[in-house]
Design a protein around this ligand. Structure first.
Ligand SMILES: *[C@@H]1O[C@H](CO)[C@@H](O)[C@H](O)[C@H]1NC(C)=O
Ligand SMILES: *[C@@H]1O[C@H](CO)[C@@H](O)[C@H](O)[C@H]1NC(C)=O
Ligand SMILES: *[C@@H]1O[C@H](CO)[C@@H](O)[C@H](O)[C@H]1NC(C)=O
Ligand SMILES: *[C@@H]1O[C@H](CO)[C@@H](O)[C@H](O)[C@H]1NC(C)=O
Length: 514
C-alpha cells in the first residue's frame, strides 16, 4: 500500500499529480467532480445511519441523510476482489481475482489488459488522483497507522510511498491524517476548469500489524473511554478519524466551490471483521458472518452516494446494486457511456430518478479454492460451502442500540452537515429520524432458527423475509452457468525476491527492479 501509486507497467494514468488530457465539458458545463471514498473493512453496523448509537459518524451520516443510503448494495467479501470489480466493472471470476487477496511478495496484479475506471474518466477529461491503498498489484493491503510498515509473509517492511518514491518522512504521522491532508491539498490546488476524480482509499478501519493492530492517537482513544471493550474502543478511535476525514474533504470541496457540482461516494470494500476476526472489532449486526464469508455480513456493504445531480435525493435507495456497477454508473453520471459489455450495469438513472434497477442478479463470488459460492436472484440467495470450516458463520455484536443515544445536533453541526447547509441542503431532525429508522434493519426474529449447513448442502434464503429454507428455484442452475464463464484464479506462490529484507526492508515492486 502506498498513498499514491500505480500498477507496475500500467500507463501512468492514475499517479497523483499528472494532469490528464484535455478538459472539456458537456455543452460548456463542467462535468461533475467525483470523489470516491472507500473505507477498508467497515462493517454494516459501524455507521450511525444504520442504527448504531455507539460510535458517532456524524459526517458520514450527514451525507447519507442528504443523499442516498444504498440499502441493497453488495460488495465482495474481501479487499482485492472488491477493488478489482470497482476498477474494471467485472466480477472477480472474470479477471482471475476471485480468490483471497494479493500479497506483497506475489508477482501478480490486475491484468494489464483491463481498462480501469480512471482510464474511462480520463477520456472524458478528468484529472485523476489516487490517495491511499491500491492492493491490485504489488505492495500490501494494510499497514501500521504510525510507522507505515506491513508485517506479511515472508517478512516485514515499510509500505508507504509518495508517487513511486518511498516516503520515509511520513514516519510517525497518522495514516488517516496523511491521506486527508493529501486529499485536501489536491482539492485546494485543483483547477476547476476540469473535472476532478479523486479516489481516496483509506486504510481505516483495517487492523495494522499484530504488535499493535488497532492504533489511533491517544487523545482520540480517550474520547471513547465509555466503550469498555478494549478493541472496540480503539476501533472507535480509528473510525472517528475516518469520519473526521470525510468531513474535512467535504469542507474542502465547499471552500473551493466544487461541492455543488460533485458526486461523493462513500463505501466499504467488504463486510466487517467482527469479534476478533483479523484482530479487529467491526460490527455487521444484525447481519450474519464477517469479512471473507459470503453471508450478508460479509457482502452487504455500508454505502451512500451524495450529489446535487441526484433528482430524488434524501432517501433510502432500495435499488439493487453491485460494486462492479460503479464504473458504468459513474461514467454515465459524468456524461459518458460504456459501450463494452461489462458485468457492471449503469444504474445512475435508476438511482437518480428512483426507478427500478436493471440488476436482477448478483454473483457474490465463486471460489473453488475455498469451495464456496453465493448468488442472489431477486429475493433469493443461494450459499454453497463456506470459509474457515464454518467457525465464522454466526452473528456478532455489538448492536450499539442500548445504553447510548444518537445526537442529531452532532450530525447537523458536523463539518459535512454545515457544508451541506451552506449550499442549501440542510439535514433536518425530522428527515434524520425518518431515514435512519428506515435504514435500520430490525433484529432478525430469534424464534425462527434457520437450518443451514452449507458444508453439507446449499442453503437457500429469501432475504426479504426472515431467512427461510423453502422454494423451488433455479439459483443453482444460474450459479452453474456463471461458473462456466469463470477464468482460473490468478494467485501465485510468494516469490522469495519479494521479501522486503532484500530491498532495505521496503515492500518493492521487485519484478520491475530486477
Ligand atoms: C486553469 O486552467 C485553464 C485552462 O487550461 C487556464 O486558462 C487557467 O489559467 C488555469 N487557472 C489557473 C489558476 O491555473
Ligand atoms: C426498502 O425495502 C425495505 C425492505 O427491504 C422496505 O421495508 C422499505 O419500505 C423500502 N423502502 C423504500 C423507500 O422503498
Ligand atoms: C450533541 O452534540 C452537540 C454538538 O453539536 C453538543 O453540544 C451536545 O452537548 C450533544 N448532546 C448530547 C446529549 O450529548
Ligand atoms: C465450477 O466448475 C469447476 C470445474 O470446471 C468445478 O470443479 C467446480 O466445482 C464448479 N464450482 C461451482 C460452484 O459450481
Amino acid at each position: 500500500m502506498s498513498p499514491i501509486l500505480t500498477q507496475p507497467g500500467f500507463v501512468i494514468a492514475i499517479i497523483l499529480g499528472i494532469i490528464l488530457g484535455l478538459v472539456c465539458g458537456i455543452h460548456g458545463e463542467i462535468r461533475p467532480h467525483i470523489i470516491f471514498i472507500i473505507a477498508d473493512d467497515l462493517g454494516w453496523n459501524d455507521v450511525g445511519f444504520h442504527g448504531s448509537n455507539q460510535i458517532p459518524t456524524p459526517n458520514i451520516d450527514a451525507l447519507a441523510y442528504s443523499g442516498l443510503i444504498l440499502n441493497n448494495y453488495y460488495v465482495t467479501p474481501i479487499c482485492t476482489p472488491s477493488r478489482s470489480a470497482l476498477m474494471t466493472g467485472y466480477y472477480p471470476i472474470h479477471t482471475g481475482m476471485q480468490h483471497s487477496v494479493l500479497y506483497g511478495a506475489e508477482a501478480r496484479g490486475l491484468p494489464l489488459s483491463e481498462k480501469l475506471l480512471p482510464q474511462y474518466l480520463e477520456e472524458l477529461g478528468y484529472d485523476n488522483h489516487i490517495v491511499g491503498k491500491w492492493h491490485l498489484g504489488f505492495w500490501t493491503g494494510h499497514q501500521d497507522y504510525f510507522d507505515h510498515t506491513a508485517v506479511e509473509n515472508p517478512g516485514w517492511g515499510l509500505d508507504m510511498r509518495r508517487n513511486l518514491n518511498v516516503a520515509y518522512d511520513l514516519h510517525g504521522q497518522y495514516s488517516t491524517d496523511i491521506f486527508t491532508r493529501e486529499s485536501v491539498r489536491i482539492i485546494n490546488s485543483h483547477n476547476v476548469s476540469s473535472p476532478l476524480f479523486l479516489y481516496l482509499a483509506h486504510t481505516a478501519v483495517h487492523s495494522g500489524n499484530p504488535y499493535e493492530p488497532l492504533r489511533a492517537p491517544d487523545s482520540e482513544i480517550q474520547k471513547f473511554s465509555y466503550i469498555k471493550d478494549y478493541s472496540r474502543q480503539r476501533f472507535a478511535a480509528i473510525l472517528s478519524k475516518l469520519d473526521e476525514s470525510v468531513g474535512e474533504v467535504v469542507k474542502a470541496l465547499k471552500n473551493n466551490n466544487m461541492l455543488k457540482n460533485s458526486i461523493i461516494v462513500f463505501t466499504t470494500d467488504n463486510g466487517g471483521p467482527a469479534a476478533g476476526f483479523n484482530l479487529n472489532a467491526a460490527s455487521n449486526y444484525p447481519l450474519k458472518g464477517v469479512k471473507n464469508t459470503l453471508w450478508e455480513g460479509g457482502v452487504r456493504g455500508a454505502a451512500l452516494v451524495w450529489s446535487p445531480l441526484i433528482e430524488k435525493s434524501s432517501r433510502i435507495a432500495n435499488q439493487s446494486m453491485h460494486i462492479s456497477d460503479w464504473l458504468p454508473t459513474l461514467v454515465e453520471a459524468a456524461g459518458g457511456e460504456v459501450t463494452k459489455g461489462l458485468d457492471g450495469l449503469s444504474i445512475w438513472s435508476a438511482l437518480s430518478k428512483n426507478k427500478k434497477s436493471g440488476r436482477q442478479e448478483i454473483l457474490h463470488n465463486i471460489d473453488d479454492i475455498y469451495g464456496n459460492s453465493a448468488l442472489t436472484v431477486g429475493p433469493w440467495k443461494i450459499v454453497k460451502g463456506t470459509t474457515y470450516n464454518g467457525i465464522w458463520d454466526s452473528w456478532y455484536g455489538p448492536d450499539g442500540r442500548t445504553g447510548y443515544s444518537y445526537n442529531v445536533t452532532l450530525v447537523q453541526n458536523s463539518p459535512a452537515g454545515l457544508a451541506l447547509k451552506s449550499i442549501g441542503n440542510p439535514v433536518t431532525p425530522e428527515v434524520i429520524q425518518t431515514i435512519r429508522n428506515q435504514a435500520t434493519i430490525q433484529c432478525l426474529s430469534k424464534d425462527t432458527p434457520v437450518v443451514c449447513k452449507p458444508l453439507e448442502s446449499p442453503c437457500l434464503f429469501n432475504i426479504l423475509q426472515d431467512p427461510l429454507r423453502e422454494g423451488e428455484f433455479s439459483t443453482k442452475d444460474i450459479l452453474t452457468a456463471y461458473n462456466k464463464t469463470a477464468v482460473p484464479p490468478g494467485n501465485l506462490p510468494l516469490d522469495p525476491r519479494g521479501n522486503p529484507k532484500c530491498w532495505d526492508y521496503v515492500w518493492t515492486n521487485f519484478g520491475d527492479n530486477s
